[in-house]
Design a protein around this ligand. Structure first.
Ligand SMILES: [Zn+2]
Length: 518
């Protein structure tokens, strides 16, 4: 376990990086806004899920006891609209897409949060908070609707920098004339026919969107907690309104660090349904392994915009393949050595084998590089380059050295070095959520299966092409054998001649055009 290194995170409230100092020593309370469940989740949801999962895993690794809450919005206008289209009960529809979201998150290897509350299960907490806000004279009731009075909050706009005057001047949407200030927003909406509704002191109705996160964060983490996260779009109005509501309900309410992840863009435009440049996680994982997608998602700093790119997904697939292949080879090498010399594990004390000086340097370099980057506002963008790649290179080089004749003592030192570096590499992958839950050979097979889908080929077709190529070479028709290999490389399939055998592995397709998954 690493010692509690000072971790700095960017706080959207103060707009600077700050040392993360939880209110209670050793414990972190973290609330992240989840999805409104009415459809399959898109890449932006995947990005937020992975960004905060990396934070969660890193904090756990540092030894913090983390209470991680991520909500589901299962009562909302969009859900009601969609259910009116499909004829499905709104809660059934949202429950279905909550499950689909959980499947996506599990595929992307995101750890389940400690609590995943849903609005429909927390009506009492929501109504209690609205009552409190009304009692504190910060909300008013009109015809069964309850509106929050933004004028009652002195620092409204503290997170987003939005000024109330801007709303009055620039209001483009028709303003509900019942509102005292155009920026006032609904805490409770009176029921309309055919909508799901709940009993309340203000009549049948349902909560507005923002109140759920104030109520559920207070319920699970109290009014004061450490980290509140979400996508950058949520800063205004959602998080601004959350701050206002929570303060109106409880003067002392306070979130110490507001953290926001950046957009996913496509051709540098924000991905959105209206622009039609939008992909669900499911569309991408049909063609790319979820762990390759995860690798792609953490390849940019979580606050930077991340541009969707087929080439980068190909690159990410190649990168994870290389990592798992190296670890698979390392494991094979180490286990064959252990089988050959079964007594190694019971080496008498005092005769412990020391790792090679190069290995020690490599391990220290990896540890320092990894923690320096992670502690600096989770800079995952280069965490798998540099020292991490040096470690993989060390493994590959030393496995080759091991195959040559060695002095016993040096052989043992190499084995020990490989063992320790493998452990370190796996530790890094685990914190990043990239350590596979299955064997390396299984995950390599899965990556190959995705490459076959992208190439639109079957294993049998590739075997046939390999045979044709062997035949062409026997007949000295090298033009043909080269053509077979080149045609496959264009499709992301690399042929490799190993001894007398030809095998294949996925590769980045040569001259691949930017193509969208369909
Ligand atoms: Zn929220």
């Amino acid at each position: 376990m690493a010692d509690k290194k000072e971790v700095r995170v960017y706080n959207s409230m103060t707009q600077q990086k700050e040392a993360l100092r939880p209110a209670v020593e050793g414990k972190v309370g973290m609330y992240v806004c989840g999805v409104t469940a009415y459809d399959f989740s898109h890449l932006g949801h995947g990005r937020a899920g992975v960004a905060f999962d990396v934070l969660y895993r890193y904090l756990l690794h540092l030894g913090y006891e983390v209470t991680y809450v991520r909500n589901f919005t299962d009562v909302d206008d969009k859900i009601i609209r969609r259910s009116n289209e499909t004829g499905e009960n709104p809660l059934d529809l949202s429950n279905r897409f909550c499950q689909e979201y959980l499947t996506d998150m599990a595929d992307l290897q995101c750890l389940p949060p400690t609590h995943q509350p849903r609005v429909s299960d927390h009506m009492e907490q929501i109504k209690d908070m609205i009552t409190q806000i009304i009692n504190n004279d910060c909300a008013y009731v009109v015809d069964g609707d309850v509106f929050f009075a933004v004028d009652k909050i002195s620092n409204y706009g503290c997170l987003s920098g939005q000024k109330l005057e801007n709303h009055r001047a620039g209001e483009r949407v028709a303003v509900d004339s019942r509102k005292r200030n155009p920026a006032d927003f609904a805490l409770w909406k009176a029921a309309k026919p055919g909508e799901p509704s709940w009993e309340s002191p203000w009549g049948l109705g349902r909560p507005g969107w923002h109140i759920e996160c104030s109520a559920m964060s207070a319920h699970y983490l109290s009014f004061k907690f450490d980290i509140h996260g979400g996508g950058i779009d949520l800063i205004f109005p959602h998080h601004e309104n959350e701050i206002a509501q929570s303060r109106a309900a409880c003067q002392e309410s306070c979130v110490s660090y507001w953290m926001h992840n950046g957009h996913v863009t496509n051709n540098n435009e924000k991905m959105s349904k209206s622009l039609g440049n939008f992909f669900t996680i499911r569309q991408i994982t049909e063609r790319y392994h979820p762990l390759a997608l995860r690798h792609f998602l953490i390849s940019a700093h979580y606050r930077s915009p991340l541009n969707y790119s087929v080439l980068q997904l190909e690159g990410a697939s190649e990168a994870v393949y290389y990592i798992y292949q190296t670890l698979q080879d390392c494991e094979d090498t180490l286990s064959s050595f252990r089988e050959a010399t079964p007594s190694e594990g019971t080496e008498p004390k005092g005769k412990t084998v020391r790792v090679l000086p190069d290995a020690e340097k490599c391990i220290k370099g990896l540890q320092k590089d990894f923690h320096d980057k992670m502690a600096d506002d989770l800079n995952t963008s280069h965490v798998l380059t540099g020292a991490f790649q040096d470690a993989l290179k060390f493994i590959n080089n030393n496995m080759n050295t091991l195959k040559k004749k060695q002095q016993k003592q040096r052989q043992l030192a190499i084995i020990q070095s490989l063992t320790e570096i493998e452990k370190e590499v796996k530790g890094v992958l685990d914190i990043l959520g990239l350590l596979p839950p299955i064997t390396y050979s299984e995950i390599l097979e899965q990556l190959k299966a995705k490459a076959l889908i992208r190439a639109d080929l079957t294993e049998e077709q590739i075997s046939r092409l390999i045979e044709e190529r062997i035949l062409a070479r026997k007949e000295k028709d090298f033009a043909k054998s080269d053509q077979i290999r080149a045609d496959l490389t264009v499709k992301g399939i690399a042929l490799m001649d190993v001894g007398t055998e030809t095998i294949w592995r996925p590769c980045v397709p040569v001259e691949q055009e930017e193509k969208l998954p369909s």
